[in-house]
Write a protein that binds this ligand. Structure first.
Ligand code: GMT
Length: 380
């Protein structure tokens, strides 16, 4: 198949999923065309089946708000026509599904007329936050209804979209995925740990875009409690608006030497594989891709019982869940586990097993391929 993919290229889990999906599809022989305003961050290795088309947005003095969605629609239509794409797959509804809808209409009215079905994948804040804004809700609902196929990354998100947006279109759940060959606790991880934990300290990790929804300050609070009982280090992977507040809090508590800000990482699995535990105390997660990536690397997640997270983590078996803001309980789970090597190893293996048996690319990518086939059949 020839598939056009649009996502937010620089920021957030939806862009990561879209890029990894494109790479996996390319490995399976599909031609994948990314149509985005910048090169997607995880698109780091060249691949003969991957093509990248940048969306240029003209700026004129008149445009206080340059119309990106129109430039995107135009580029989607051009690329689809020139490279004879079979379909577009957009990640994050706003504004991508609206642009795809326009591109489809442009080609349907062209000479010769062309069909261009589009699939929309809902990821989370496009529904739970941004889509609820009255200025976006009607157009988001309309573009979801107009999509030729709609997927959501968890049952929670599917149900919430149907309920709150009153959607009639079918929404198929296709869970997020992880490449279990890349995301693995490799043999060299024990040596590389020494770089951050030279005295055999435990390693906790947090991976996010440091937005307020991730509650980065809770991560620092939990770590502060853990560190008082178990010698440990905290690796913070990512960057974003709450970074300086977190730096200030770590300094204020006098733990800045044990809190290591790694910034954005290209090959995140090389760092995840060093850790014992992952802290994910988010206000909301429709899925919690970071937890899954950690689990594949045998990193036990301690997370909040929100959104789609309980669909990924089974409390007490492959991780622990607590209420939002309950930093004491999350710290206690961490301390108990870090003090009990046998239980830690058992849960780490259980985490890996969940990733392998339910969320590996080998299980999930064929679901997307099948979904595309059905969309193409219906719209032929
Ligand atoms: O929160 C983020 O990292 C960004 C956000 C997005 O939409 O780009 O992530 C959402 O999509 C991820 C990938 O599908 C999910 O793993 C996250 O749970 C979800 N974030 C929220 O629901 C807050």
């Amino acid at each position: 198949m020839k598939i056009g993919i649009t996502c937010y290229p620089t920021y957030g889990g939806s862009g990561v999923v879209a890029t990894e999906l494109g790479l996996e599809l390319a490995d399976r022989g599909h031609q994948v065309h990314f149509i985005t305003y910048a090169q997607p961050i995880r698109l780091t290795r060249p691949h003969p089946n991957i093509h990248y088309h940048e969306v240029e947005v003209s700026r004129y003095p008149l445009f206080d708000y340059p119309p990106y969605d129109l430039a995107l629609a135009t580029r989607m239509a051009e690329v689809s026509e020139f490279y004879e794409l079979d379909l577009l797959h957009v990640h994050y509804a706003i504004p991508h599904s609206v642009s795809a809808m326009l591109a489809k209409q442009m080609l349907a009215a062209g000479k010769p007329k062309r069909r261009l079905p589009f699939v929309t994948t809902l990821h989370g804040t496009d529904i739970t936050l941004v889509g609820q804004d009255p200025s976006y809700l009607p157009i988001t609902r309309f573009s979801i209804e107009q999509s030729d196929g709609v997927t959501a990354i968890s049952e929670y998100l599917r149900e919430r979209t149907l309920r709150e947006f009153d959607i009639q279109n079918h929404i198929q759940v296709i869970y997020n995925f992880v490449n279990c060959d890349l995301y693995v606790r490799d043999a060299d991880a024990a040596n590389r740990r020494l770089e951050y934990a030279p005295n055999g300290e435990r390693i906790l990790v947090h991976l996010s875009n440091f937005r307020p929804v991730k509650r980065l300050m809770d991560t620092i609070e939990i770590f502060d409690r853990v560190r008082k009982q178990v010698p440990s280090k905290l690796l913070l992977i990512g960057d974003g608006p709450d970074r300086s507040r977190a730096e200030w809090l770590a300094a204020h508590k006098g733990i800045q030497n044990d809190v290591i800000f790694l910034g954005k990482q290209d090959q995140v699995y090389t760092k995840l594989a060093l850790a014992d535990l992952m802290l994910l105390p988010s206000e909301l997660e429709s899925f919690g891709l970071a937890a899954l990536e950690g689990m594949a690397c045998e990193v036990v997640p301690i997370a909040t019982r929100v959104g789609g997270v309980p669909e990924v983590i089974e409390h007490g078996k492959s991780g622990y869940l607590a209420e939002v803001g309950d930093v004491d309980t999350m710290a206690n789970y961490a301390i108990d586990l870090l003090k009990d090597e046998n239980r830690l190893r058992k849960m780490a293996k259980a985490s890996r097993e969940v990733a392998q048996s339910r969320f590996c690319t080998t299980k999930i990518i064929p679901q997307y391929e099948e979904f595309y086939r059905r969309v193409l059949e219906r719209s032929s």
